[in-house]
Write a protein of this length. Structure first.
Length: 132
């Protein structure tokens, strides 16, 4: 997936740096220990169509890029898409991207499945001849 912001392309990569970025935002704390939950909590927020989840996903996905859009540019980009009513499709695209990446696909697929968002498998329909 490639973001195009102000005419510049930013490929999203969900590697170790992206996971580290997300784990610092999305975590559970138990007895003073922070447990990174970046991918599962990001996916659940994307399924819930929380616009801030898109912002975090994009920041994480471009964290290794030498040139990055400013926070303001990213916000204007997302607000523009919201005004054009294009966020619904974007949530799905980001989830699909997480399901493709080698480091995130297992957790992403598990979360999507746990939330009942898997594509239903179509079973073949057996047709029988009408009785005369």
């Amino acid at each position: 997936m490639i973001l195009i912001i102000n005419g510049k392309e930013y490929p999203l990569r969900f590697g170790f740096a992206a996971i580290d970025y997300l784990d610092k935002i999305y975590y559970l704390e138990e007895a003073g220990v922070k447990l990174g939950q970046g991918i599962p909590l990001l996916v659940s927020n994307l399924v819930a169509e929380n616009p801030l989840a898109l912002y975090h996903a994009f920041k994480a996905g471009i964290v290794t890029e030498k040139s990055q859009p400013s926070n303001a540019e990213l916000e204007v980009y997302l607000e523009g898409l919201a005004e054009e009513d294009k966020l619904d499709e974007l949530f799905k695209e980001v989830i699909d991207e997480l399901k493709k990446s080698a480091l995130t696909k297992k957790k992403a697929l598990a979360m999507v499945g746990a939330m009942g968002m898997e594509e239903p498998v179509k079973k073949p329909v057996r047709k029988t001849a009408a009785k005369a």
